[in-house]
Design a protein around this ligand. Structure first.
Ligand code: SF4
Length: 322
């Protein structure tokens, strides 16, 4: 063990990506910045995250400012990033940290904060506080799977990668983890790994065996279910009826009133539709213009931009109104 740390860090110090939340060779980058960036990066690519991160930090430069913000403000700055429970948890977590009096400094303590799981706690612990703990994301799993020709999949692969990565940490755990994540994101990519320029090629089992694309082993995916719904478009004197969602993955965001219906009822309606794919299902929505008033509030069309809407609702607004 301990074969990859040196070449990896050498590579990282020469080719690290310049990211606004990162300070290379500094053991104490701002934990709040690391937290926000890691949460944003969980389901979103770096390029998309950078402007969101900059706007978010400009509006909420410290954990105290975020704790005092109102939820609509936080969700507005998250619009378009999706997975809004991340923003709600970040906001709730900020309040928790302020109540605690200081930012927790170890992965174990960080796990007590709402929305911080093993991955984010390890990232903050190692990057901001120098804790010796591996960070294992999809990129790191792929790198280890190839480096050691691992046959495991899913959680078993995660656990094995964690164990192997821990054994490889020699110094600067934060830089080591960032380097692995970068290597997976830029060099050891899923379909087109650039092994010739990889700092770890001499230690890489899959490269030496000429079977890089055989790793990681694939998990067969089940087809995603499809759901159907009807949206009510209620317009009156230049105003549109909207409501705030009180539950589910889009809780806290505004939407046009809609209900899930059976496919047979959906098929009976003759109107235009939008399709949206969430993580675990596809959703088809047909829009029906109606005068039947439902629960909600009427908002002037020009004020709609002041309310946080999901990408799905924005698609509807764009298609039907503008
Ligand atoms: S040599 Fe190729 S497969 Fe191995 S870690 Fe590097 S990029 Fe990935």
């Amino acid at each position: 063990m301990g074969k990859i740390s040196k070449p990896l860090l050498f590579w990282y110090y020469n080719s690290a990506r310049d990211l606004p939340w990162r300070v290379v060779k500094d053991l104490h980058p701002n934990p709040y910045f690391v937290w926000v960036s890691e949460v944003m990066l969980q389901q979103t690519g770096v390029k998309t995250v950078i402007p969101y991160f900059q706007r978010f930090i400009q509006a909420f430069p410290t954990v105290d400012v975020l704790a005092k913000a109102n939820q609509d403000q936080v969700l507005s700055l998250w619009q378009g990033l999706g997975y809004y429970s991340r923003a709600r948890n970040l906001h709730a977590g900020a309040k928790q940290i302020v109540a605690m009096g200081e930012f927790p400094q170890t992965a174990i303590e960080l796990l007590k904060i709402k929305g911080i799981g093993p991955y984010t706690s390890a990232a903050i612990g190692s990057i901001s506080f120098g804790e010796t703990i591996p960070v294992v994301d999809g990129n790191v799993k792929r790198v280890f799977s190839r480096l050691f020709c691992l046959e495991e999949k899913g959680q078993a692969l995660h656990d094995r990668a964690f164990e192997l990565s821990l054994a490889e940490i020699e110094s600067s755990p934060g830089d080591y983890n960032s380097a692995l994540m970068d290597l997976g994101a830029t060099v050891c990519s899923p379909r087109n790994p650039q092994c010739e320029i990889c700092p770890l090629k001499l230690n890489c089992c899959a490269f030496k065996a000429g079977c890089v694309l055989d790793y990681p082993k694939k998990i067969e995916k089940k087809p995603m279910p499809t759901k159907y719904g009807i949206v009510a478009w209620v317009e009156k004197d230049g105003e549109l009826l909207i409501r705030k969602r009180e539950q589910g993955i889009l809780k806290g965001l505004y939407e046009l009133p809609w209900d899930e219906v059976e496919k047979t009822d959906y098929d009976k309606i003759d109107s235009d539709f939008v399709k949206h794919t969430f993580t675990h299902f596809h959703l088809y929505l047909k829009i029906v213009r109606t005068k039947k008033i439902q629960e909600g509030q009427f908002i002037l069309f020009e004020s709609l931009k002041d309310y946080p809407f999901s990408t799905l609702m924005k698609k509807i607004l764009k298609k039907f109104r503008l």
